[in-house]
Design a protein around this ligand. Sequence first.
Ligand code: SF4
Ligand code: SF4
Length: 172
Amino acid sequence: MVFLIIDNPLVICNKLKQIDMKLERNIEKILRIALEKREENKTFRQLLQKQNANYVDALVNQLNDTIAAQIDCLECGNCCHNIRPIASDKVLINYVEPENIEKYKYSMGFACKNLDGNKCIIYSERYDECRMFPYLYRADFVLRLPGVLQNYEICPIVFNVVEQLKIKILKT
Ligand code: SF4
Ligand code: SF4
């Protein structure tokens, strides 16, 4: 395998806009593939740590812009159906009924109390965590990769960004 060390991020980011990406949107398939790729992703994390962190952030931002624009969150809704562990009662109360706090404190994948089907009934006043999810605009993507890879299992945007990032950085 040949590792591409790309020294001109702007040129590459501009080229990304022109790429016709085949995106995976099927959440069952994404979870299955994500579980199969756990070892591959550990190796990818080690390789990313050797890249320039600012370059990786720029690439992730560009991929996020391109991919998020092609995925309809209203059709998906998977993050709202798969709340990941929240240890703080103060935050958890936003997502579960008070009587369910203990039950869901360290649970994986429970549905938010504010859902009506795939729709959020408090959408215009939803919490900052919801607005920012899946957090791909945040800096230090490489440092945050363990958390990103948890979201990769449930979020088509994260899944496709990470898979396209692999192609850009690792392609032979
Ligand atoms: S508050 Fe709304 S946007 Fe946030 S997790 Fe619940 S349903 Fe989703
Ligand atoms: S942020 Fe990700 S998991 Fe949440 S609805 Fe959008 S595509 Fe689905």
